[in-house]
Write a protein that binds this ligand. Sequence first.
Ligand SMILES: NC(=O)c1ccc[n+]([C@@H]2O[C@H](COP(=O)([O-])OP(=O)(O)OC[C@H]3O[C@@H](n4cnc5c(N)ncnc54)[C@H](O)[C@@H]3O)[C@@H](O)[C@H]2O)c1
Length: 278
Amino acid sequence: MKIAVVGAGLMGSGITQQCAQSGYPVVNIDTFAAAQEKSKTNLKLLFDKKIAKGKLTAEDAAEVLARISYSTDYAAAADADLVIEAVPEKIELKKEVFSKLDGVCKPDCLLLSNTSGLSISELAAATKRPQQVIGTHFFYPAPVMKLVELIRGLVTTDEVYLKAKSFIESLGKTTVDAPEYPGFIVNRILVPMQNEAAFMVMEGCSPEDVDNAMKLGTNMPMGPCELTDFVGIDVMLATMTGLYNGFHDSKYRPCPLLERMVKAGHLGRKSGQGFYKY
Ligand SMILES: NC(=O)c1ccc[n+]([C@@H]2O[C@H](COP(=O)([O-])OP(=O)(O)OC[C@H]3O[C@@H](n4cnc5c(N)ncnc54)[C@H](O)[C@@H]3O)[C@@H](O)[C@H]2O)c1
């Protein structure tokens, strides 16, 4: 079975690596060659570290790397049996990618999307094979995280669902069936919790107290404020806004403090300032 992964960013790189590690020949397609160069260099560095620590042999690393090829041309997906899309979370961009893939891929090729919350049915409708489109939501970093949420579109067939599930399981992942509603399962529960933590900080609680309460009282490895800083205040706010707009329900109202922080450029770890200073 031959795999194509579209996108060589954070997720596309990890998914490409995971497919190759699981024995599949995989072509990575990104329209920006520089993104692929970065992805290639990072993977080589990661493997070199593992080799130095004795966690991987040089032969095994070379075998995995040899299974990966790179292209900036969608035509490279022509002989793929399954394509996983991981381009930025913009509906118009993803629809364009799905339509292009539909044009070059074999008729029986499955089209999977790693979207964090966009409609699978809408992506599917951009193709002439909507029944062969399904959401497979990996978590970051893809080679480490065990979970993949499976999201069926309105017309995804049982056969396609079962094939996608068995492929994901062959990568050593566990799947859960998530509804085609914003946030799927994990983000629908996790992100409102982070949002609620931000409301508590806005009301005067310290981020340290909120985080300690959740770490020591519920055994979370990381407190919600720390976690929001880690993923990025802007990213978390965008997900919360997606829930609010998607459900048209005030229970998902994004915390105004998060909006102020983003406007001030306090984006969390990556900007040096979020709930905490870095
Ligand atoms: N970052 C995460 O933690 C995370 C977790 C789960 C799911 N996701 C989802 O995965 C998807 C990708 O996210 P990411 O964080 O890897 O993004 P990213 O910005 O790191 O990478 C996106 C890649 O897509 C490439 N690209 C842009 N336009 C393209 C096109 N037309 N054709 C081919 N390649 C193109 C870019 O060059 C870039 O390398 C998004 O839908 C996101 O919501 C992200």
